[in-house]
Design a binder for this molecule. Structure first.
Ligand SMILES: N[C@@H](CCC(=O)N[C@@H](CS)C(=O)NCC(=O)O)C(=O)O
Length: 215
């Protein structure tokens, strides 16, 4: 297995879609760490993630994915974010101490493992196919996930989710919040999240990664 830790040896191609929150996370981390990459757009609304050639890259048919110029492929935004953190330690997105790192991971996972999967396009389609409202289903779980995160953040937040340093928790939260706003979820009771959202939206790397800049 080639050594990926040798920074800068391999060119990176990101497979992504402008409105995919998991893609937004990875774009943001790449920009934040100033890692050059090229883009391949995968149109989720045209079902391109579930057809060749992309389905050979990720059999789950989900974006994002990273392809390296040596042919290696990484799927799943969380695996990618951890990889980038390990191999490109500049502008870190995890704090130093183990307990702080574990806490940031836990905050991020409230989005990555709980909230985001329940709002996925294919989940909404399936719920619709069962005679229920897929979007209402997604919004319900978004409120549940963001509500629990709001309570946790009241104990940990400063400018960002975990004190004054931008972290993987923000990288996961802001794209989810973008979706919540887009789907007109009532976020008024999430005042800590709202404040962090506004603090992040003005960061140049967040702007560069935003859906609007990646259509
Ligand atoms: N755990 C995966 C989830 C990826 C994921 O849910 N991707 C969405 C876009 S944000 C997707 O490709 N959805 C297509 C579908 O639902 O068919 C990750 O973090 O990358």
């Amino acid at each position: 297995m080639p050594d990926h830790s040798a920074k800068g040896i391999y060119m990176i191609t990101l497979y992504h879609y402008w409105r995919s929150s998991c893609s937004y996370r990875v774009r943001w981390a790449l920009h934040h760490k100033k890692i050059p990459f090229t883009s391949v757009k995968v149109d989720l609304l045209k079902g391109e993630s579930r057809k060749e050639p992309f389905i050979s890259i990720n059999p789950l048919g989900m974006i994002p994915a990273l392809k390296f110029s040596n042919g290696n492929i990484l799927c799943d935004s969380w695996a990618i974010l951890e990889y980038l953190e390990e191999c490109y330690p500049q502008n870190p997105l995890l704090p130093r101490s183990s307990i702080d790192r574990a806490t940031v991971r836990r905050l991020a996972q409230m989005i990555h493992s709980f909230t985001q999967p329940l709002g996925n396009l294919r989940v909404q389609s399936y719920v619709n196919s069962q005679g229920m409202d897929g979007l209402a289903f997604a919004k319900h779980w978004m409120i549940e996930g963001l509500g629990a995160l709001e309570k946790s953040l009241q104990k940990t937040a400063g400018t960002y989710c975990y004190g004054a340093q931008l972290s993987l928790a923000d990288i996961c939260l802001i794209p989810q919040m973008y979706n919540a706003v887009r789907f007109q979820v009532d976020t008024r009771s999430f005042s800590t999240i709202e404040r962090i959202y506004q603090n992040c939206l003005i960061l140049p790397a967040c702007v560069a990664a935003s859906p609007e800049k990646n259509q």
